[in-house]
Design a protein around this ligand. Structure first.
Ligand code: ADP
Ligand code: MG
Length: 240
């Protein structure tokens, strides 16, 4: 079994991203503008179709802007003690609905003994949702997405595994680059955002992938005191 590990450095690309985002946002905007022009002349049936395209593209532009903003903020959001499992359970209905639509399965394997961590729940949801969506998008309708948690030594770990197409070796190192995407409708911001969220929580992301077999993303949070109950200011002191 061939596996690839990468461990990604801190993002420092926000400057370059401002230029890229201008370009990215112009694409959906140009589509919207073009279809609005066409709408002036068309029958009600055609209008319905155009309407859907216009809404999709506007949502896409909006998605790019919100992801970009979360990424650009890149500051410690407020954290509080919460449990990864509670966050996963809160996301479940959304994930199951998504999987159902695609005819895919989701397996939950929640480990025991994992304590509460010092987390920003909203960011954790964003992280898990992004990883799960990528997993689903990489699989056909027989795929299984596995969400697993483990306590490994002094790490709390979250695994998001899919049985999808896998990632070619030459793409692994680019995965977390803002705007790197292999999808026609992708933004390439999902994993960049995941990386920045994990870093804000003092964790790490690893990826193992096998072409044609699947991919697993492993997020590890250290169970140090600074994750377990200390506010940010004290955590800096505690970790020195
Ligand atoms: P997007 O999903 O908009 O393309 P992401 O940043 O979420 O952007 O992902 C970047 C790229 O990484 C994807 O386009 C895809 O090529 C690859 N990727 C991410 N997750 C997976 C996965 N689970 N399986 C296969 N490829 C993946
Ligand atoms: Mg994505």
């Amino acid at each position: 079994l061939r596996t690839e590990y990468i461990n990604v450095e801190r993002l420092s690309l926000v400057g370059q991203m401002a230029a890229s985002i201008t370009h990215e946002i112009r694409n959906p905007m140009a589509v919207v503008r073009g279809f609005l022009q066409l709408m002036k002349e068309k029958s009600p049936d055609t209008l319905d179709h155009y309407y859907r395209i216009v809404m999709e593209e506007l949502d896409r532009a909006n998605g790019i802007i919100s992801d970009f903003l979360s990424l650009a903020q890149n500051r410690a959001a407020e954290k509080e003690e919460c449990h990864l499992h509670d966050i996963i359970h809160e996301l479940s209905p959304l994930l199951w609905a998504d999987a159902n639509l695609r005819g895919q399965n989701i397996e939950l394997k929640l480990g025991t003994g994992i304590p509460e961590l010092y987390l920003n729940a909203k960011e954790m949801k964003q992280l898990i949702l992004n990883l799960c969506r990528n997993g689903m998008e990489a699989m056909d309708d027989k795929g299984t997405l596995t969400i697993e948690t483990r306590l490994e030594g002094d790490l709390a770990q979250l695994y998001v595994a899919d049985t999808g197409i896998g990632i070619p070796e030459n793409e692994l190192e680019r995965l977390f680059e803002p705007f790197f995407t292999t999808k026609s409708k992708g933004t390439g911001l999902g994993l960049a955002l995941c990386m920045s969220i994990v870093q804000r929580h003092h964790g790490t992301i690893d990826v193992k992938s096998q072409l044609g077999k699947g991919t697993v993303f492993i997020i590890s949070f250290p169970l140090g005191s600074y994750l377990h109950g200390l506010p940010e200011s004290q955590s800096a002191a505690a970790s020195e």
